[in-house]
Design a protein around this ligand. Structure first.
Ligand SMILES: [Zn+2]
Length: 417
């Protein structure tokens, strides 16, 4: 391949992806707006016209912000590559540290990450203090936003910089099969994060307290026994500190499994509904969805790392993306920037797979707890999170990790009959 044909291929994939994503977003926006004035028949008893319209407006506003985000990201990508910004950052960082050294690579990657972060910052601020605030979801104060941001930067530096240094070292020291070592290292790091996140990282941002004794705890313990599930703890997290959106999740592995409820979820749902939501989460565990995902991601990423290993030796890869320098750090940066452009067609497959998992978890939940409780919990969550009940079907097929509300609830109702 020549560098100019690779540039052309990259630009074609970039344009095709951008146009497809904008077209889908626009379809979604129009579909939601067109169904704004009537609550779908299945929800007329449970969701008011006012809530339905709020959900439509919120969805449209989010889609618009998402479209702006796409345009900004593409402009940034073009500036970094063909605009020569990457090459300039590479030369600039060579003035601060010894050119070609490990430190040079780390400084270059940190510079690229900082530039991307700064470009994203206005939209990040707008999302919380403009969009989310307009619909009454934002609970972040400017002060909390700043402390969160500072903690995030410190954490990224404390974990990210040594991590990058290790990867660059492996790339230089491990011979032709370095990509295999980098893959193993990357995989190990991801598992480590999954392990330490609940106990060491999450508490930096939120407070966790054990769920108090009472009817809810009794119910949950009953469900656990019924499902033959052992747990090391039930916690409530102060999610209301940042947002009014409610949620619940599982973290940890093996005997260290714990369940975390957002306080906002417990405020909204009755104990029987919380139990049903939890039964759904247990369904994911029962069907080993997390492990299946990890297995597919590990295998897929092995392919990508092999490709990375191949590209590192190709002159056209660097020149085709606007860099005259080659080497370990430019390889990593260019690969991380270019990969998503070529993997976009996988999005609908991953979404479909995820929706299958949701149906499986729902079916499991319907066997362990009344399906009607899960339905009423879902309706409340759709309403309170202002999630649209009328997504564009094609948009939903491509992106949605969860089945559309109407289909999901119809499945659950069929399970009770
Ligand atoms: Zn689920």
């Amino acid at each position: 391949m020549t560098s100019s044909s690779f540039s052309a291929l990259f630009l074609i994939a970039l344009c095709a992806g951008l146009l497809t994503r904008l077209w889908l977003a626009n379809r979604h926006r129009r579909h939601v707006a067109a169904h704004r004035d009537a609550v779908p028949a299945a929800f007329t008893g449970s969701i008011s016209l006012e809530s339905h319209q709020k959900a439509a407006d919120y969805t449209v506003a989010r889609v618009r912000t998402g479209m702006l985000d796409m345009l900004i990201s593409v402009a940034l990508l073009l500036a970094l590559t063909f605009g020569g910004v990457l090459q300039q950052l590479y030369e600039l960082s060579a003035r601060l540290v010894e050119p070609g050294s490990l430190l040079h690579g780390v400084a270059f990657i940190a510079a690229v990450a900082s530039v991307s972060w700064i470009v994203d910052l206005p939209l990040t601020i707008y999302r919380s203090f403009g969009l989310e605030a307009r619909f009454g979801f934002n609970r972040l104060t400017p002060r909390l936003f700043i402390t969160d941001t500072l903690k995030g930067i410190l954490l990224a530096a404390a974990i990210g910089l040594p991590l990058i240094a290790c990867v660059l070292w492996l790339m230089g020291a491990m011979g032709d099969l370095w990509w295999l070592y980098v893959w193993g290292f990357w995989l190990g790091f991801n598992l480590l994060v999954l392990l330490v996140y609940p106990t060491f990282i999450a508490p930096l941002f939120n407070k966790f307290k054990p769920l108090e004794d009472g009817p809810l705890k009794n119910r949950i313990e009953g469900l656990m026994t019924r499902c033959g599930f052992r747990l090391s703890g039930l916690f409530v997290m102060d999610g209301s500190k940042r947002s009014a959106h409610g949620n619940a999740y599982f973290t940890g592995f093996g005997a260290a499994k714990r369940i975390v409820f957002f306080d906002t979820l417990l405020d909204k749902l009755e104990p029987a509904e919380v139990e049903a939501v939890l039964a759904h989460e247990l369904g994911h565990y029962h069907h080993h969805h997390l492990w299946k995902r990890l297995a597919v991601i590990s295998a897929g990423s092995l392919l990508f790392f092999a490709l990375l290993g191949h590209l590192a030796g190709q002159d056209w890869f660097f020149k085709g993306l606007g860099m005259s320098a080659s080497g370990t750090a430019p390889t990593l940066v260019l690969f991380a920037l270019a990969l998503p452009i070529f993997t976009f067609p996988l999005t609908p497959l991953m979404s479909m797979w995820s929706r299958q998992h949701e149906f499986q978890a729902d079916a499991y939940a319907a066997r362990q707890a009344p399906a009607s409780e899960l339905v009423s919990a879902l309706v409340k969550l759709y309403r309170d999170n202002a999630s649209t009940l009328t997504p564009d079907p094609l948009y939903s097929r491509v992106y949605d990790s969860h089945p559309p509300a109407a289909i999901r609830i119809a499945h659950l109702q069929a399970a009770t009959r």
